[in-house]
Design a protein around this ligand. Structure first.
Ligand code: HEM
Length: 331
């Protein structure tokens, strides 16, 4: 069944048609152009590789598709290791708790064995995200193939390209808009926080000495704040804390990609400040209410927005390379 689904998605015509629509027909960077004839030969069953990890939806869904990753290029630069001269993106504060690299490496290894030098690490991430979305939420979308991999990864490029967990709705919007995503698409995509976990330092600062006269973030439901405190002691406010505790981003349906996340926000139970601010900010509050109310419409928008995001700033043609090993450039 999976195979059938993927065969369907590898139809070049479909990709080209969608790319043409997206770029209004002019000078179309039709992504499959760089992979004529190969497209259906490298479909891969991620579920067979690692169902458990996929359903956790961490690396594939989070970094494969998190817009800011693409804002510094959907080029798998996040997979590259540091060198003796430079610190890679994966060492940055924003990425240091990223999980699930092994899923991508396993898939890439399987592909290299079958058709060497054909599928980029960037495409592997994009396909993994597509499949994670499908298995966690039943949401289907087509992923254009043909991305190539970047050769540079610098931790210093992260700043200003990935919203931090203390971002206001306006802060996040400035980054998403810069990549051509609409406000609705931003709110829709962050609904990915309907699955997965957060470690304490990403939000514990909301719980202790939040601001002068405010012991904790007033946008948090007091009962929920008490629960979060029971999980994360004051020591975890320190961003360098190594406390391994995590909490579900959506404690109601933590493994199901659905619109429960927005319902939680309406109850002031958003774990991250950057989540709750979508509900408290007038610029996004209406969108949150809509998505909380209209699960099917949200799922539809989510698929479309994921498809769009996976095509932002890709390297194609002779740009970049197809890495042999995802964590190191070819030369
Ligand atoms: C304003 C934008 C965003 C911010 C500030 C943000 C921030 C974060 C943070 C701080 C975490 C928890 C990291 C940790 O402490 O372990 C997280 C987890 C996650 N994010 Fe986002 N995120 C954003 C947008 C997105 C988008 C657009 C997606 C996907 C489409 C996404 C998918 C995920 C997933 C699946 C997790 C769970 C990871 C896990 O279980 O390890 N995020 N995000």
């Amino acid at each position: 069944m999976i195979q059938a689904k993927q065969q369907h998605y590898f139809l070049p015509e479909l990709y080209c048609k969608r790319a043409k629509e997206r770029y209004h027909g002019s000078h179309v960077p039709c992504l499959l152009d760089s992979f004529h004839g190969h497209a259906s030969s490298y479909s891969i069953d991620f579920v067979a590789l690692s169902p458990g990890r996929l359903l956790q939806g961490d690396m594939p869904l989070r970094r494969g598709n998190r817009a800011p990753n693409c804002s510094i290029g959907c080029d798998a630069s996040v997979l590259l290791d540091s060198t003796q001269w430079s610190q890679a993106e994966k060492e940055s504060l924003a990425n240091k708790r990223l999980r699930g690299y092994e899923v991508i490496y396993a898939a890439k290894g399987a592909l290299e064995a079958r058709c060497p030098g054909t599928v980029s690490c960037a495409d592997v991430i994009a396909f993994a995200a597509r499949d994670a979305t499908y298995f966690a939420g039943g949401i289907d979308y087509a992923v254009p193939a043909g991305r190539r991999d970047g050769t540079v990864s610098l931790a210093s490029d992260i700043r200003g390209n990935i919203p931090p967990p203390n971002a206001t709705a306006a802060d996040s919007w400035s980054i998403f808009a810069n990549k051509g995503l609409s406000l609705d698409e931003m709110v829709t995509l962050i609904g990915a926080h309907s699955i997965g976990r957060s470690s304490c330092p990403s939000f514990a600062w909301r719980l202790y000495n939040f601001a002068p006269g405010l012991p904790q973030d007033p946008s948090l439901d007091p009962g929920f704040a008490a629960y979060l405190k029971s999980r994360c002691p004051p020591s975890t406010v320190d961003v360098n804390s190594t406390d391994p505790t995590t909490v579900w981003l959506d404690g109601v349906t933590p493994k199901k990609l659905d619109n429960q996340y927005y319902k939680n926000l309406l109850e002031h139970k958003g774990v991250l400040f950057s989540d709750q601010t979508l509900q408290t900010s007038p610029m996004t509050a209406g969108l949150v209410s809509f998505d909380a109310d209209q699960g099917e419409a949200w799922a539809e928008k989510f698929g479309m927005a994921m498809m769009k995001m996976s095509s932002i700033d890709v390297l194609t043609g002779s740009q970049g390379e197809i890495r042999k090993i995802c964590w190191v450039p070819n030369h």
